[in-house]
Design a protein around this ligand. Structure first.
Ligand code: MSP
Length: 659
């Protein structure tokens, strides 16, 4: 069997002094889309992401948190990795710059550069902040420290320098011979003029920073962050033994435009100096802006991915990020545009086409995909049109024109909608001729849906999986070979799978309010009773609400908790929160809205009229963006903590106090 062609791609490794926002999510989503797309084109793909854990900012953050740097970064790396997993963005390799294999790779790269004569020791003079113990990059004598605002001092320290100046010509030659190395073209021009302007040697070690990778035998020298960070791409796929893994050089480094110089000037120069293969391409995309300025934690204008994924699903966020701005350019982020696109393109577009096609096949052909006896000219025309878009979409993906790829796919969805509207299969009778016509129309529509599903899969992995099983097609949608995708491969005679909710329509104002509330909750977490608000438990999971078992409380403490008999009046599921039910509960004096984490164990209808124990004097708070004013008591049973509602064996009056 021929071995597959390899494709190695990376995201930047992200700083651990913050948590992922939509900007980081954007790069990682794009990497994941490219990974899925390349796999569907038959490549063996490895995608790396990770965390950049050294440097003075981490030293400071750890000090502020009162913990060791190693512990601080371990916690942050767990958070980053955890969130990527939660969002379905788990890479094949997650590299941390504190991993031993990375430390060894950095030291090895340095050794190679030094042996080849590109490293020398000299003095570095720069502006230093004695309060923050750090050099301030690009500062001139007299400038203040941008962090603390106090005056900097001119300080000289001994450093190792990298002879970047020796690489002006090799780099320019390299750019010329590899015209697609820097993408997009506009960025390439910027970099070429920067290098043509002359390159200064670069200090690659520091003695003023403690938290870094030591230069062997040269302590207290540690490596400068970028020499350390860039090398992570190589450490992740074998480091000094990269040949064994066969993934290096990287085929694609995806980065934001903020860090293009490091990737297209320093990084190839370090590798050239070490006589190692240079990556094939660096793609610098634009920024997602908030009100025309870059998102940053300090400005307090960051958009978080989790609340959006909770409310609309991760596929919706992926679709929006790729559809909304042209890859390479900047664009604004707005919840309004996000929800508008969700409703129009996903709920009314793909979701609606899938559900109405399935419903019609269900009704007219007992849920089996029909086989057409003959096709009408309009069916053939649509088939041709759809077939021709396949190649177009693949090319757009290949050129990183994601917005246009999606636009083309959605053009096919619109054509299918138009076709249904003009053919009106629902108006046809059950007579033989009409049934045959219906078979042709519904087969054609289902075939369009199959092709659209395959083409959209890299962007919408979850929902296309659902459509695929709805169509009852063999295998998994991710297993389709896009290069073999052709009109006419729909398998007929198969039974449709179970219909699943794809993109339920949402009310824009309500959805935005809930996303914002969830983001607020995440950014300003309230301490207790947090998770226990939805359901209080008598035993295991009451940790947040109840003191430790050994710690006794007085009756006066218990008396502070007001509990009453409540009766559930209404119960409904909450879109985007599969564990929660929204209840209205009569507590005698008023009707309260309460959210309870019981949706996986109780059907909403079965709860109506049920009498429950309610904590009525808890401060109201929002759960998944929905106001919850009180708490229903339940036992937590078994290892997964299955909630079992507390109740009464005798009839009790609504509003009666529990004592
Ligand atoms: N640690 C360095 C990268 C080292 S790579 C060897 C770093 N980390 S970072 O956490 O600041 O991440 C920067 C990257 O996050 C950007 O290059 C970009 O990929 C992504 N983004 C951060 N904010 C962004 C936006 N507002 N919009 C789009 N992408 C942005 O730099």
């Amino acid at each position: 069997m021929p071995t597959k062609e390899k494709f190695y791609l990376t995201t930047p490794i992200y700083y651990t002094n913050g948590l992922p926002h939509i900007g980081h999510t954007y790069t990682t989503v794009v990497a994941d889309v490219v990974r899925r797309f390349k796999r569907m084109r038959g490549y063996e793909v490895v995608m790396t992401t990770g965390t950049d854990e050294h440097g003075v900012n981490v030293e400071r953050a750890a000090k502020k948190a009162g913990i060791a740097e190693s512990e601080f970064v371990a916690r942050m790396a767990t958070e980053w990795r955890g969130l990527w997993n939660e969002l379905g963005l788990n890479a094949d390799e997650f590299i941390r710059t504190t991993d031993l294999k990375h430390v060894r790779t950095v030291q090895w790269l340095f050794k190679l550069c030094r042996e080849n004569g590109y490293v020398y020791k000299d003095h570095y003079t720069g502006q230093y902040c004695i309060y923050d113990n750090a050099f301030v990059t690009d500062a001139k004598p007299g400038d203040n420290c941008p962090d603390c605002g106090r005056p900097t001092e001119t300080v000289t320290e001994e450093n190792y320098f990298f002879k970047l100046s020796a690489f002006q010509k090799p780099l320019l030659d390299f750019y010329r011979k590899n015209p697609t190395f820097i993408q997009p073209e506009t960025r390439k021009n910027e970099i070429v003029s920067f290098v043509e302007g002359g390159l200064k040697d670069l200090s690659i070690t520091r003695t003023t920073i403690r938290w870094g990778i030591p230069v062997p035998g040269e302590e207290p020298h540690v490596f400068y962050v970028w020499f350390d960070a860039l090398t992570a791409y190589l450490s992740a796929v074998g480091g000094p033994e990269f040949e064994r893994r066969g993934m290096w050089p990287a085929d694609l480094h995806l980065v934001g435009k903020d860090i293009i110089r490091f990737h297209t000037v320093y990084w190839p120069a370090f590798l050239m100096a070490a006589m190692l293969p240079v990556p094939k391409q660096v793609w610098a995309h634009g920024w997602f802006l908030m009100d025309a300025s870059k998102m940053s934690k300090s400005k307090g204008n960051v958009i978080l991915p989790r609340p959006i994924a909770n409310m609309l699903g991760m596929d919706a966020l992926r679709y929006f990020l790729l559809r909304e701005i042209v890859f390479g350019q900047d664009g604004n982020f707005s919840y309004d545009a996000l929800v508008t696109r969700y409703n129009s393109d996903l709920a009314n577009g793909l979701g609606n086409l899938a559900s109405r096609t399935a419903a019609m096949i269900d009704k007219s052909f007992a849920g089996k995909i029909p086989k057409p006896a003959a096709l009408a000219p309009q069916d053939v025309a649509l088939a041709k049109e759809t077939q021709s878009t396949i190649g177009e979409v693949l090319e757009r993906y290949e050129n990183m024109e994601f917005a246009r790829a999606l636009e083309t796919i959605w053009g096919v969805i619109a054509a299918a909608d138009k076709y249904l509207t003009s053919e009106q299969p629902w108006a046809l009778s059950d007579g033989q001729a009409d049934t045959e016509r219906k078979a042709a129309i519904l087969w054609t529509t289902a075939e369009i849906l199959r092709i659209v599903t395959a083409l959209a899969h890299p962007v919408l992995p979850d929902s296309t999986g659902k459509v695929w099983s709805l169509l009852g097609q063999p295998g998994a949608v991710s297993g389709i070979e896009l290069d073999g995708l052709r009109w006419g491969q729909l398998v007929s005679g198969v039974q449709l799978g179970k219909a699943q909710a794809l993109f339920p329509r949402v009310d824009k104002a309500e959805a935005i309010e809930r996303i914002e509330a969830m983001a607020n909750e995440e950014q300003n977490p309230q301490p207790a009773p947090a998770a226990a608000h939805a359901v209080a438990t008598s035993a295991s999971s009451g940790a947040a609400a109840a003191p430790a078992v050994s710690e006794k409380i007085g009756i006066e403490d218990f008396a502070k908790v007001e509990m009453r008999v409540g009766q559930i009046k209404t119960a409904e599921r909450i879109v985007g929160a599969d564990k929660l039910l929204k209840l209205t509960v009569d507590i005698g004096t008023e009707i309260r809205q309460i959210c309870a984490g019981i949706a996986q164990y109780y059907e909403p209808e079965a709860l109506i009229g049920r009498k429950v124990a309610v904590v009525t004097n808890l401060a109201p708070r929002k759960l998944r963006g929905v106001e919850s004013n009180g708490m229903i008591i339940a036992a937590s049973v078994g290892p997964e903590g299955r909630p079992v509602l507390a109740g009464f064996h005798e009839d009790v009056e609504v509003g009666a106090r529990l004592k």
